[in-house]
Ligand binder design. Structure first.
Ligand code: ZN
Length: 354
């Protein structure tokens, strides 16, 4: 536990296994930072951590160190519905009776309608096939869980089924809401990209930004495209636009959901934008005139450059899936910029240099 701003405490919660693993860009995420914010009528909590006994024990230890109990939490705001942020929300809500809030665009992951697990698995299979994934890389059979689906994982909707007590939101934001705690005056900023309903919280007077996974100091947030990860046709475009939207804000301290707090707000935004520009350039270099599927393109790209580059062969199933989603996010923005042409053959989608 650390008081990062007077009245705002950061608690680092362990991830018992890494949900985004060792991501293709070579990032290792092993902790989620949550924030507890002093208020007149109770404490505001931002994010909740992974749903595991060790994480919950660390959470209880953290709030005890601050000197508060579960009953003191009056509202939990979730920056986005990924399980390293949202996982414990249901349990904490159940024990504290607090209100739970997140952006309306995250609703789909929590209330996926009448979809059955079979349908989701089939849609994901079709999507993998369409993007050129070879048969032996498409998961074939798995245990189909019973009962209604309570949560869709954006990355592995066909493999991961969440059966814990998922949080039932009370409030859905659309962006622009004001949250006054008596000590702090936060504004909800909708920052789609990493997730369609990702939000940041901005304290204008104190020049503090709680950035979730939108802006991290050491990690490049994963921006992927799949029918489940985004309700947008261009998540990377959304991401860049929402970075540019924030760039003009007066921010002295960024409180991220992973890694250390930092101050070089605008410089970090520029680095993130530049990273994706470079990645687009690399993809263009690997694109020929001969149409190729996103899978073929992803399999030729260098991955994990921080580790000296790891070949596609060495990536595991999850990393390949994420690499495919990231490649597609870049192809979609390049297509919008008219640098890439798309064609279709035998139910598959192909990309070539325009
Ligand atoms: Zn995260």
């Amino acid at each position: 536990m650390m008081e990062v701003i007077p009245g705002i405490y950061q608690v680092r919660l362990p991830l018992p296994f890494t949900p985004i693993g060792e991501a293709p860009m070579g990032q290792v995420v092993s902790q989620t930072n949550i924030y507890l914010i002093r208020g007149n009528a109770g404490w505001l909590q931002v994010d909740a951590g992974w749903n595991a006994p060790e994480t919950f024990a660390a959470y209880k230890g953290g709030i005890k160190e601050i000197g508060i109990t579960l009953e003191d939490i009056s509202e939990i705001i979730i920056t986005h519905a990924h399980l390293d942020h949202f996982g414990l929300a249901g349990k904490i809500k159940g024990l504290s009776g607090t209100q739970l809030a997140l952006h309306e665009k995250e609703k789909y992951f929590i209330e996926p309608g009448d979809k059955t697990f079979e349908q989701i698995a089939r849609e994901m299979k079709e999507w993998l096939y369409k993007n050129g994934t070879p048969e032996d890389n498409i998961p074939s059979s798995q245990k189909i869980p019973k009962g209604p689906i309570k949560f869709i994982s954006p990355i592995l909707p066909d493999l991961v089924f969440f059966s814990g007590d998922i949080g039932d939101p009370d409030i859905f934001f659309s962006g622009g809401e004001k949250i006054n705690t008596g000590h702090f005056d936060f504004e909800v900023l909708w920052t789609p990209g990493h997730s369609p309903g990702h939000i940041c919280l901005y304290e204008r007077q104190k020049k503090v930004l709680i950035s979730g996974d939108h802006i991290l100091a050491e990690i490049t947030p994963e921006i992927g495209f799949s029918p489940f990860s985004s309700s947008s046709s261009d998540p990377l475009g959304d991401y860049i636009d929402s970075l540019k939207d924030l760039r003009g804000l007066d921010v002295e301290r960024v409180l991220p959901a992973h890694g250390d707090c930092f101050s070089h707000f605008q410089g970090r935004i520029d680095e993130l934008i530049q990273h994706h520009e470079n990645r687009k350039e690399t993809i263009l270099q690997f694109l020929g005139n001969k149409p190729a599927t996103a899978y073929e393109i992803a399999s030729k790209l260098p991955w994990m450059p921080q580790k000296g580059g790891i070949s596609w062969i060495k990536l595991d199933h999850l990393n390949r899936r994420m690499a495919l989603m990231e490649t597609l996010a870049h192809l979609k923005i390049l297509e919008k910029e008219k640098k890439v042409d798309t064609s279709y053959r035998d139910g598959r989608e192909f990309y070539s240099a325009a």
